[in-house]
Design a protein around this ligand. Sequence first.
Ligand code: GAL
Length: 387
Amino acid sequence: MRLINLYFLLVAFAISALTNAQQNIRNTSFLPGKVWYDMQGDTINAHGAGFYYEKGVYYWYGEHKSRNSLAEVGVHVYSSKDLLNWKNEGVALEVSKEASSEITRGSVIERPKVVYNEKTGKYVLWFHLELKGKGYEAARTGVAVSDSPVGPFRYLKSYRPNAGVWPQNFNSHQKKTNSKESSYKWWTKKWSEALVDGLYVRRDFEEGQMSRDMTVFVDDDGKAYHIHSSEENQTLHISLLTEDYLDFTDTWVRVQPGGQNEAPAVFKNGDYYYMITSGLTGWDPNSARSFRARSMLGPWQSLGNPSKGKGAEVTFNSQSTYVLPVEDRKDTFIFMADRWNPKNHQDGRYVWLPVIINNEGNPEIKWTDEWNFNEKSYSTENELGGK
Ligand code: GAL
């Protein structure tokens, strides 16, 4: 009897020691693809992430995933001073209990991105929204606001962007409806040509353009752009948002018509805007692509696959979600990506790797098992010299 008691006591002690150890977790390096614990020892649950920085604190917003990919909880937010150790700040945007709400539990809320509007003093959260029970058919973008970076965010509305407005880079011939083209079979030559020429822009002109994978980028002049996969995921659209960042203006362009770009991540370095995207293979990884432009509205020049070395053809088993400029470290950027796990979505992993701009002006990403800012290997100065 006494022995059994002692045994239980020992087990209890071991469990409590373990829990305590977990509670005092201190990460000292990035471990791409490994389970990442927050400061309380829980696994970080924030996928398809976006980041925001203010007064020495980074905020990490992401999809709170359950086993499946539907939104059961909402958008999760964490905060950190060093990008390695993250404090759980709870749910920034909660799914609604109302069945009639567009963000009801069981809808799809993906790729949340938060920006701050200087003029209104509001934090603005944009995300890819799919309506409950409709798969990926709705193709909408949703917007919510808050007075605090950690929320709670109040859901405002969703859009099919740019209804009734032609893109800036469309000619008068492209604006004419062609009644035959809607019957073209997918993947035929005729269909491909019509697609590049704007088939789906014409089809969705009245209702608004499709918006799936997306991001938001705020430029140095305070202008914000919404970048999204449109036209049945075949073409990217870049739209200028209104001054309050809550709506679309009439200014927008098509980028890489028929290029099948998803998962856009935009950053600026020197005089150039850069964009990293993925191809179109659902949860499966594929080769990333990179682009460069002198203006957000293009033209965007294609620079090829930014990943180098082993695993480059599948972006080291991940898909882009964000590129973060690191504060107070000139020309230092982190490529952030998701290693999805469609069998158990909450076990999807985060792949964070340094991005450098090489001497030709192209972004480059290389795999490393472990890294931090103190290592010599992550000195960007030489590669970026002259910028
Ligand atoms: C991916 C996309 C994800 C998610 C998924 C659904 O291509 O990047 O965000 O939408 O498809 O299959």
